[in-house]
Write a protein that binds this ligand. Structure first.
Ligand SMILES: NC(=O)c1ccc[n+]([C@@H]2O[C@H](COP(=O)([O-])OP(=O)(O)OC[C@H]3O[C@@H](n4cnc5c(N)ncnc54)[C@H](OP(=O)(O)O)[C@@H]3O)[C@@H](O)[C@H]2O)c1
Length: 288
């Protein structure tokens, strides 16, 4: 039995492999990665490392050979103008052709065809493809990554001024907690048909909450400064950000205002058997 992890050179996939290595022997794990040389450390530990590119069905056929279950880490191609949906379609077709017993996909809590957040609409479209594929499938509806909050606000935290349009509460969730739970599903210790409940942290914070929390940890006042969406877009264009990125940014603020990332659900806590990590702990670890 081979369990395949895609995106294993990335943050989430790498942590899933580590969590999986604590659950099953290395020889039952395969990783599918664009550049196998990046994962020679896993090959040295007995993991099967093969080249697999979402743009190249043949490479996926080889990388997923003999796979019982595959974790398809969602593509980040859309942010750079690529076609994530075409890549997911290729991956789903290959899984079907190879007779994979279950395809698990890293979706997100905003998965909805009407989402204001462009990746939320892509996740919904991918879930619809999975539902029509005839495969057994699980969509792991991840909470918004806490690392995204930190990278979005890194310069604001530094300059003591979090600047952005009006936002809303977000139940930030760590890669580590999600990876542990993804590995439970990939190993077969947990199973679920279709989209899981939202896999989220136990608290939801907006930018004002983040500013107050970070201020306490850093021992200085951090201001939350609200600007209009059009000012943010003008600033982003002046800094040369591509339109694909600007549309994700504006979509993020609109979706946050509408509460698309605000839900708090106990499923992640139940599956972990402990409290999910909180933003306070992450900020303290990173900056405290
Ligand atoms: N839930 C959330 O809040 C949230 C936030 C941000 C992103 N996401 C989604 O979650 C995914 C995983 O997040 P992450 O933080 O682990 O991202 P990451 O560190 O950027 O990892 C992305 C992975 O996807 C791989 N990849 C990219 N293009 C590929 C292709 N054509 N074929 C095969 N593999 C490809 C990358 O491989 P290389 O090493 O070859 O580049 C890398 O291993 C992202 O891709 C994105 O879709 C979710």
């Amino acid at each position: 039995m081979i369990l395949v992890v895609t995106g294993a050179s990335g943050k989430l996939g790498g942590l899933v492999v580590e969590a999986l290595l604590r659950l099953v022997p290395a020889e039952q794990i395969g990783v599918s990665v664009r550049d196998p040389a990046k994962l020679s450390h896993l090959a040295a530990r007995g993991v099967r490392v093969r080249k697999g590119d979402y743009n190249d069905a043949d490479s996926l056929r080889s990388a997923w050979e003999g796979a019982e279950r595959v974790l398809l880490v969602s593509s980040n191609a859309a942010a750079s103008g690529g076609n994530a949906l075409a890549q997911h379609e290729t991956a789903i077709a290959v899984a079907k052709e190879l007779g994979v017993k279950r395809l698990l996909y890293t979706s997100q809590v905003s998965s909805n065809s009407q989402s204001h957040f462009p990746p939320g609409r892509d996740h919904a479209a991918t879930e619809a493809m999975l539902a029509h594929s005839g495969l057994a499938w699980t969509a792991l509806r991840h909470g918004f990554y806490a690392d995204s909050a930190i990278s979005m606000h890194a310069s604001g935290l530094e300059s003591s001024r979090l600047i952005g349009p009006e936002d809303g509460k977000v139940s930030w969730t760590t890669h580590q907690d999600l990876a542990e739970v993804d590995a439970l599903f990939l190993s077969g210790r947990e199973t679920h048909e279709g989209p899981t409940p939202p896999l989220t942290g136990s608290e939801a914070l907006d930018m004002g909450d983040l500013a107050r929390l970070a201020g306490k940890i850093f021992g200085r006042t951090i201001e939350r400064s609200v600007i209009s969406e059009s000012t943010m877009v003008e600033n982003a264009r002046r800094h040369g950000l591509p339109e694909s990125v600007i549309s994700v940014m504006t979509g993020y603020y609109r979706a946050a205002r509408e509460g698309e990332f605000a839900m708090i659900d106990p499923t992640l806590k139940r599956l972990l058997g402990r409290e999910p990590q909180r933003i306070k702990e992450i900020l303290t670890r990173k900056f405290g």
